[in-house]
Design a protein around this ligand. Structure first.
Ligand SMILES: *[C@@H]1O[C@H](CO)[C@@H](O)[C@H](O)[C@H]1NC(C)=O
Ligand SMILES: *[C@@H]1O[C@H](CO)[C@@H](O)[C@H](O)[C@H]1NC(C)=O
Ligand SMILES: *[C@@H]1O[C@H](CO)[C@@H](O)[C@H](O)[C@H]1NC(C)=O
Ligand SMILES: *[C@@H]1O[C@H](CO)[C@@H](O)[C@H](O)[C@H]1NC(C)=O
Ligand SMILES: *[C@@H]1O[C@H](CO)[C@@H](O)[C@H](O)[C@H]1NC(C)=O
Ligand SMILES: *[C@@H]1O[C@H](CO)[C@@H](O)[C@H](O)[C@H]1NC(C)=O
Ligand SMILES: *[C@@H]1O[C@H](CO)[C@@H](O)[C@H](O)[C@H]1NC(C)=O
Length: 490
């Protein structure tokens, strides 16, 4: 048994496109003991767009007043929550805390509705999930800013700057877009601005990132996946042992969804290496890096390429306490089908279902292996993603629906044509999500920082001695932009 006291289990920030329900352990650093940090609850409106509906719910937020001086004033920083439990460690660590020190900012973090402990509804049934969307989440933040200005009596003209990474980075940018009278500036790290039904760029970018290590590495991956394919048409039983499958593959050969789900899991370890490469997760670094994964893929002592693909998967699984590969589609559906909120006291987190709903109704981002070369095989089709939406939420959540949903999101927020000022967009070249973010400035009053060689949200995390010089430079640039915003009479 894992000892759960003082160990928080958190869902990975933003799942694998297809959603992944493995959990990664972080140690609680004791931020909640900091006398400047508080955990509070806010009475929030359920439906912001129906003034005659006055149902309310309790939304959790954290504060840190350590750097703020009421007599001199200063900016207010708001970290917008994403598809995850709000993590209190961010109240004392992370790049934004360094910025807060520098600019003497008051810090808030607001947990996103339906995630963590911010239960907007009793459960996660389809009918209850109708209040889960970007529009409501942005209005939550707007309402929050409005009320906090009153509660804390911040001086008039106090500048609010919002922060976010990944999905919450998109929310930060969209807050500035939709509520410019409340939000003065936004720092949007690795935001995913474009909704698309099918996103093959996720695996393609993962491939390109691994290729920066060597051609040998990606060639071996391709050979490994090719071998999986040929075994599926031949000596399939041998796959059970090679990959330590939880259930015999022979019984799934006619079940395309099981086979696709197996591929989804296997590509996940490679994606993880690109996405979290050398990310300083509060003092710990994952052992699934581009270097470690490619070292395995090039190591002939570990057997043939398929054995090395399996070794990479085992390395990844060792981070999640899993000892066999649970590839059954039905098990995945059962997980996402659970309409209860997770119970963190039991050490379970459950960001899976609500975010799956958001994918099916707003973002798409369906994982697909449709790109050349077929490094990861060609089993992951967009139909798999669509099928999950249909199987979880009903037949009307089909491909026609998802296409409309995605178009609607891009219509509301502008996709990559977002026209916006006083936002800093930061992207990293090896992050599999970066193709869906802003890489070039559209409006000269918005800034884009593209970092060569960093992964998802690298700039957001605490600095470390392993940081690339261009990452350090990016953070310095962010400070420069913020200080321009905060100059009087800007
Ligand atoms: C935080 O408080 C708990 C309970 O009071 C205590 O056991 C723990 O050691 C503290 N942690 C830190 C880092 O101070
Ligand atoms: C799979 O389908 C083929 C052809 O439809 C059939 O001959 C075979 O028995 C099936 N195998 C299993 C394990 O169901
Ligand atoms: C990778 O890291 C995890 C978590 O720290 C650890 O449990 C595992 O043993 C490590 N695996 C290897 C091969 O070092
Ligand atoms: C659903 O999740 C809850 C909370 O994690 C858990 O207690 C319950 O057993 C799950 N239900 C099923 C059917 O798996
Ligand atoms: C969560 O789990 C704990 C311990 O397992 C239990 O006491 C508590 O009632 C559960 N809470 C909910 C909301 O299910
Ligand atoms: C999806 O369902 C709608 C009805 O809800 C139907 O009109 C449409 O043709 C369906 N699309 C596909 C691709 O089956
Ligand atoms: C990014 O960094 C790599 C490795 O240091 C280098 O080879 C490449 O030329 C750089 N790319 C750009 C656009 O600067």
């Amino acid at each position: 048994m894992i000892v759960l006291i003082f160990i928080f289990l958190i869902q990975e920030l933003y799942s694998y496109g297809m959603g992944d329900y493995r959990t990664y352990t972080h140690r609680n650093d004791g931020a909640s003991n900091n006398s400047h940090v508080t955990i509070e609850w806010f009475t929030q409106i359920l439906d912001h767009f129906n003034p005659v509906d006055d149902r309310k719910w309790q939304q959790r937020f954290f504060t840190n007043n350590q750097f703020y001086d009421h007599s001199t004033g200063g900016p207010v920083f708001l970290m917008i929550g994403g598809e995850d439990e709000a993590y209190i460690t961010w109240m004392t660590q992370g790049a934004w805390i360094d910025y807060a020190k520098k600019f003497k900012a008051f810090c808030f973090q607001l947990e996103h509705r339906y995630y963590g402990k911010s239960h907007a509804t009793k459960d996660l049934s389809i009918a209850k999930l109708r209040y889960l969307n970007v529009e409501q989440a942005l209005a939550d933040s707007a309402q929050f800013i409005f009320e906090m200005n009153k509660k804390y009596q911040f001086p008039a003209n106090t500048k609010w700057i919002v922060f976010g990474g990944s999905y919450s980075g998109s929310l930060a940018a969209w807050m500035r877009l939709k509520y410019p009278h409340l939000v003065y500036g936004a720092v949007s790290s690795s935001s995913i601005l474009l909704a698309v039904v099918e996103y093959s760029g996720y695996l393609k970018t993962t491939y390109e990132s691994l290729k920066t290590y060597s051609n040998k590495c990606v060639d071996a991956i391709q050979e490994g996946f090719f071998k999986i394919d040929s075994l599926l048409h031949g000596d399939s039983k041998s796959l059970n042992k090679i990959f330590q499958l939880c259930d015999p593959i022979e019984e799934s050969l006619n079940n395309t969804k099981d086979i696709q789900n197996l591929h989804r899991i296997l590509v996940g370890s490679f994606v993880e290496a690109a996405r979290f490469n050398n990310i300083n997760e509060f003092g710990s670094f994952r052992n699934t890096t581009i270097n470690s994964v490619c070292n395995i893929m090039e190591n002939k002592k570990l057997g043939s390429p398929i054995d090395r693909v399996a070794a990479v998967n085992r390395l990844s699984q060792s981070n999640y306490g899993q000892n066999c590969v649970d590839f059954k589609y039905k098990n995945m559906l059962d997980f996402y089908g659970n309409i209860s909120y997770s119970n963190e006291t039991c050490g379970k987190t459950y960001a899976g279902r609500p975010y799956k709903y958001q994918e099916c109704t707003q973002f798409g981002h369906g994982l697909s292996s449709a790109f050349e070369p077929p490094v990861f095989g060609n089993h992951l089709s967009i139909e798999f993603f669509t099928q999950v939406c249909v199987d979880l939420f009903g037949p009307e959540f089909n491909s026609t629906f998802i296409q409309k949903a995605v178009d609607r999101t891009n219509m509301f927020y502008g996709g990559l044509d977002i026209d916006i000022t006083r936002v800093i967009f930061i992207q990293g070249s090896i992050d599999p999500w970066h193709p869906l973010g802003l890489l070039k400035t559209r409006n000269p009053k918005a800034h884009v920082i593209f970092i060569n060689g960093t992964a998802h949200m690298a700039d957001f995390y605490p600095k470390s001695d392993k940081d690339l010089p261009q990452l350090t430079a990016a953070r310095e640039q962010i400070v420069k932009y913020i200080s321009e915003w905060l100059k009087p009479k800007n």
